[in-house]
Design a protein around this ligand. Structure first.
Ligand code: SAM
Length: 288
């Protein structure tokens, strides 16, 4: 297998100039130019020679080269057509890479895993386009794609939101959803100077290790997530009022008040004070 040639500023600039590449802000293009960060991501993802890796947004193929050296197979999904000839060049000789020119949100990843990995769980590794971090991660979980772990670069603030619990301002629907499906762990904070062009915000690598079984038992997953969304959409309201006002829910006022009281936290408790276990309990009471 060839050794990676990209990952430092000189080689990245040379590739960009060769193809007169113009960065597209709308695609969240901030390319990694730091080999230490790349090594850290690959190590944190714990890829071995049996793994199939899905890379979302390969850019000019920097991380793809590293992934190809570690994994059995890499599928890289890139939306920007202008990057495809570049990827064909930088990944020439890496026989285990397949490039798909598509919007990742339109790709049936479950089917890809079935076709390319006989339905066995895959690992997702990416320096994500920040404008669609949440839909990408939630899509992978909610569609029940067979996944072992997700190791991704995201905006620092989003990484914090994924791993906090109740009682902090960052706690919200994303924290609960991520923690229902996976165990989050922040691997490293990454400053803007590790990218080209530099993003305006700090970044972090986060690893989400998928739970084999969710940490709470819920009769109706969908109802629990509707309750969570309803409580955080109206953060400043009490939990009971948030649920009563939600267009996504259709319970009698009394049913909601009774269910909230059953949590033992008082009638004026706010949704942001509830743990995942308490949201599950609330959903189970209302499901009955
Ligand atoms: N992996 C490269 C790196 O680390 O240098 C590039 C990372 S850059 C932050 C995000 C990449 O995702 C860009 O190449 C961008 O074109 C691509 N991208 C943006 N939106 C996408 C989408 N909806 N589907 C697939 N790729 C997308």
């Amino acid at each position: 297998m060839k050794q990676p040639t990209l990952g430092n500023p000189q080689n990245t600039i040379a590739v960009l100039q060769k193809y007169n590449f113009v960065f597209q802000k709308k695609f969240g293009q901030n390319f990694l130019i730091d080999t230490h960060v790349l090594d850290k991501i690959i190590r944190a993802a714990e890829i071995d020679a049996e793994d199939m890796v899905l890379e979302i947004g390969p850019g000019i193929g920097t991380m793809t080269q590293y992934l190809a050296c570690a994994a059995k197979k890499v599928i890289a999904v890139e939306i920007d057509r202008a990057l495809i000839p570049i990827l064909e060049d930088t990944l020439d000789g890496y026989e285990n890479v397949r490039i798909i020119n598509e919007d990742v949100l339109k790709v049936d990843i479950g089917r890809l895993a079935a076709e390319e990995n006989s339905g066995r769980p895959i690992k997702v590794v990416a320096n994500l386009p920040y404008y669609i971090t949440t839909p990408i991660i939630m899509g992978l979980f909610e569609n029940h794609v067979p996944i072992k772990s997700i190791t991704v670069m995201v905006q620092k603030e989003v990484a914090d939101r994924m791993q906090v619990g109740p009682g902090t301002k960052d706690y919200g629907a994303l924290s609960l959803a991520v923690q229902y499906y996976a165990k989050p762990y922040i691997v490293a904070n990454v400053p803007p100077n590790c990218f080209m062009p530099r993003p305006k915000v700090g970044s972090a690598v986060i690893r989400l290790e998928r739970h084999e079984k969710p940490p709470v038992e819920v009769k109706d997953e969908n109802l629990m997530f509707r309750l969570i969304r309803a409580s955080f959409n109206q953060r400043r309201k009490t939990l009971a009022n948030g649920l009563k006002n939600s267009p996504e829910l259709d319970f009698e006022k009394e049913q909601i008040e009774e269910a909230v009281l059953s949590l033992g936290k008082g009638a004026s408790v706010r949704g942001e004070a509830l743990t995942l276990e308490e949201f599950a309990a609330l959903a189970n009471v209302l499901a009955d």
